[in-house]
Design a protein. Structure first.
Length: 145
């Protein structure tokens, strides 16, 4: 069994190695905004400041209870949008959406979901990255959701 004095240094080294590995692959995620799901409304909008971008992929990090998403709409600053039909319950964790086409600056991300009585109200945090080619599971119709 490991000595208790060795556990923390090993944990720090492992987390540093994982962080360095992600940065080396260009998978640096920039915080773009967040929203608390309240159970009263059936949608939320996360506005994105124009200070960041353009982005090739976004990541939704869910905390709390699972959310049954109907769809996610990514709106770009050039007036175009990309709508993803989800249609299933999404568990807490990180979920990547690989955006089609060239990297673009985001205006907002709209989350459409079914209202529920959550025991632990979900929070959705939005991140974006420039170099996320092939990060998402493209076999899924929801690109990682």
């Amino acid at each position: 069994m490991l000595d208790k004095r060795l556990v923390w240094p090993i944990a720090v080294l492992l987390s540093a190695a994982c962080t360095a590995s992600l940065c080396g692959q260009g998978l640096v995620w920039n915080f773009l905004g967040d929203t608390q799901i309240d159970g009263i409304h059936n949608h939320s909008k996360i506005p994105v400041s124009g200070h960041y971008g353009p982005f090739r992929a976004v990541q939704l990090r869910l905390n709390g209870d699972a959310i049954f998403f109907e769809r996610v709409i990514v709106r770009f600053s050039d007036g175009t949008s990309e709508e993803l039909a989800i249609g299933h319950r999404v568990l807490a964790g990180a979920h990547v959406i690989d955006l089609a086409g060239e990297p673009r600056t985001l205006e907002s991300v709209e989350l459409w979901y079914f209202k529920e009585s959550w025991e632990h109200r979900p929070r959705v945090t939005l991140y974006g990255t420039v170099d996320a080619l092939n990060v998402a599971n493209r076999e899924s119709p929801a690109y990682g959701l």
